[in-house]
Ligand binder design. Structure first.
Ligand code: GLN
Length: 191
């Protein structure tokens, strides 16, 4: 199974390592042709304003939107969550999101770099907690009716699922724990 990892900017290398550990074949996606034979995709953390700009300059914006519209299973983490949400608060004036999961998110809602934190999360479907690393993470302000919330911090959703689109406001690729990526691969390839 080929899983594209958007590799324009940010934490894409670690995602690729986790995917390899799980037996998937990551494909770094930098231009439209790279998307051709991927079956699923990861949008990593990083800086969503920069990624939004690079999606336009690389010509990837429309091809990614088209694949999302056709139901390509996609996992967005942190900046990737921002890029997949319906509505964004505190974004830069020119940044745009795909609207692939019905969420309103607030960029840097947990504060700036210095307010980054780590927390053991209770995740629906996992027997043991998952160590969540939050770095300038977005806060989810609204969750649509079709969105399933899989984990929260102080009642705010931090891991959500709608159909085959999963998003986390934390960085699961940084915990040395493959369970959340494994869950994504299960939902991507068993549906
Ligand atoms: N605050 C960043 C943004 O706006 C996201 C941070 C992250 O991905 N760790 O895109």
């Amino acid at each position: 199974m080929k899983v594209g990892v958007l590799a324009l900017q940010g934490a894409f290398a670690r995602h690729a390592q986790v995917l390899v550990a799980l037996g998937a074949a990551p494909v770094e996606v930098r231009c439209p042709v790279d998307l051709a034979d991927v079956d699923a995709m990861v949008l990593p953390g990083g800086e969503s304003t920069t990624m939004s700009m690079l999606l336009d300059s690389s010509g990837l914006r429309q091809p990614v939107a088209d694949r999302l519209a056709k139901g390509m299973p996609t996992f967005g983490t942190c900046a990737g969550m921002i890029l997949l949400a319906t509505r964004l608060a505190d974004g830069r004036y020119d940044q745009r999101s795909f609207g692939a999961i019905d969420l309103d998110v607030r960029r840097n809602g947990y504060g700036r770099q210095i307010d980054s934190f780590e927390k053991d999360l209770v995740v629906a479907g996992l027997d043991e907690t998952f160590h969540g690393v939050f770095i300038r993470a977005p806060v989810v302000d609204r969750v649509g009716d079709d969105v399933e919330v899989l984990a929260t911090v102080d009642e705010a959703p931090v891991l959500c699922l709608q159909g085959t689109v999963m998003v986390s406001s934390f960085h699961p690729e940084m915990s040395g724990d493959t369970r959340i990526h494994a869950r994504f691969l299960d939902l991507a390839f068993d549906h």
